[in-house]
Design a protein around this ligand. Structure first.
Ligand SMILES: [Zn+2]
Length: 298
């Protein structure tokens, strides 16, 4: 008996290696309904049936042989003498179904999605620029200069024709303009919008269609939760978004639980360094020497 089982297993593994269907699918379907009674015999039997040749069609979807019970309609991948669902005998009817092509990780991964250049130090911190569609949390202690940093990036990366959207929930627009003037930044490259909620942000993005969006800050919006990152990702399209978040005393991103989980990256501004603590599209943790914005004296 033992030798027989071993033989079955070895045989099954051999055949599995030559079939295009993932082993997991086969094992799962095999073990699923008919293990309860007559365990060993049926399991071996299923293995045997399931490893029969499967046709592959021209559009790379595949044809799978199925057996359905003419009494109750129960469908299984394994042929049965007695329906495992309604226990009727000899009701198995053979049919073929087309299964959609399985999407594999290798089909999805696209290393060539263009990146958006931000500034040399930020590009390195993000692993080669900001990936299109990415949402980046900008964190740092109060007074570290998150707004200054983002304004300076906005004036660097925006253009007259394609300004950076600066959605502010913290200060009014006039106040922001004063800061930009003090820093001697080119204000024509920045489109400021006062926002109170994610809805306002979305409206502004739809109207301006910016390549780069800054939200200053998410913490100060009416409500900003993990799902808002998903919404944000949807509406920025091929652009990217920097989302300033406040930090708690425990050095955690302020906001509801799980907020930071939905961001593509978290970059901390810490004095003279940028520290990436999370990055879906690049190495983390990672520290980069910051290229501090220079303000020309008047
Ligand atoms: Zn049945």
């Amino acid at each position: 008996m033992l030798t027989l089982s071993a033989f079955f297993i070895i045989d099954a593994i051999k055949t599995l290696a030559n079939t295009p269907v993932p082993a997991v699918t086969i094992i799962a379907t095999t073990i699923q309904p008919n293990v309860r009674d007559e365990k060993t015999r049926r399991l071996s039997f299923s293995f045997f049936r399931l490893t029969e040749p499967i046709e592959e069609t021209h559009d790379s979807s595949i044809l799978i042989e199925m057996f359905s019970c003419s009494d109750c309609g129960n469908k299984t991948r394994a042929r049965f003498d007695r329906c495992p669902k309604c226990n009727a005998w000899n009701t198995a009817e053979r049919s073929k179904i087309t299964r959609e092509r399985i999407v594999r990780l290798s089909d999805v991964a696209d290393p060539d999605v263009p990146r958006i250049a931000i500034r040399e130090d930020w590009d390195r911190a993000l692993g080669g620029g900001a990936k299109q569609g990415s949402t980046i949390i900008v964190a740092g202690n109060p007074g570290v200069g998150k707004t200054t940093e983002m304004l300076s990036i906005a004036s660097l990366r925006g253009s007259r024709k394609f300004p950076v959207l600066y959605a502010t929930s913290e200060r009014d627009v006039r106040d922001l303009a004063d800061s930009a003037r003090t820093m001697r930044l080119d204000g024509t490259r920045i489109a400021p919008v006062r926002v109170r909620s994610m809805r306002d942000v979305r409206k502004a993005i739809d109207a301006i269609a910016p390549m780069i969006t800054v939200i200053d800050s998410a913490t100060n919006l009416d409500r900003f939760e993990a799902e808002d990152f998903i919404e944000l990702r949807e509406c920025i399209g091929e652009g990217c978004a920097f989302v300033i978040c406040h930090v708690t005393k425990a050095q955690e991103i302020a906001g509801r639980n799980g907020l930071a989980h939905q961001a593509s990256a978290i970059v901390w501004i810490r004095g003279k360094t940028l520290r990436t603590s999370k990055n879906w599209y690049g190495p983390a943790p990672m520290s980069v020497r910051r290229k501090l914005p220079k303000f020309r004296k008047r």
